[in-house]
Design a protein around this ligand. Sequence first.
Ligand code: SF4
Length: 311
Amino acid sequence: MEKTKTVTSTAGYNTRSGKTPLDFATFKKKTKKQLSKNSEDVAETSINTDTTDDTNPSKRKHITIESDIKKNKKVPANWEQVLSNLRDMRKESDAPVDSMGCDKCHDENAPLQVQRYQQLLALMLSSQTKDQITFAAMKKLINHGCTIENVLKTEDTKLGELIYPVSFWKNKVKYIKKTSEMLLKEYNSDIPDSVEKLCKLPGVGPKMAHICMETAWGQITGIGVDTHVHRITNRLGWVTTKSPEETRKALEEWLPQPLWGEVNSLLVGFGQQICAAVKPQCSSCLNHDICPFGKKYLKGEIKRTKVKKPT
Ligand code: SF4
């Protein structure tokens, strides 16, 4: 599979996959069609439930459960307006993630297989680490020679020096070495091409796996939810969840699939520039009168925000 390059959208910001986000009119049309398809599915399922053979209770039970899940899907009010405002606020594409995100750290002149390895390593280094630090560490690694074979030949202490000061650099040295060994032996020096297999690599979780599938393989398999996406979608009332993985599942329940690839880079940059973990700039946010958290924050009903480490 060929990797696609990042492009600038008609809305003025970048996506990781290189797929151009839809302009708002097209997006609304597609979304309306998808939501109406969902309603049809629910209606269809309900009809099936009514006409299910009563002599087969297990089948009837299965259909009822599926129908109930679809009916209970919570689509937040104003989400299209919120998204449009987010796109407006991000149209300059000038957040750290836009120039130094994990999809910007690899050597574009290297063979595609090596680029994929470097994209995976950038994601591993990026956990709990600012984009600027990850970017600088990847530059040092690439100058050293960032191929599976060369990384395996490099002493742990040297590898540590190269990636320092990324967070948890000692653990990451171990993960990088173990992962590189697995890639060499089990994947013929390439990276796996599925979320399931990527998650089996040491130090790789679902967030990294979904983003990696998009940046390295050009496939949107799910929403990459990091601390920014988790925090902001909870503040906006798009989800009510306790962990990034819960957030991913809850968002994927209602957010139209064509938007899954866009939402990560859009919200990460927004979190870096405006909706910060500490002291969000709600007064200058276009969503301040429709965001549940922002309304309370500006009224002084929320005095403090939780301090979280940036990613
Ligand atoms: S109003 Fe405040 S909390 Fe809500 S999205 Fe904007 S910056 Fe974030």
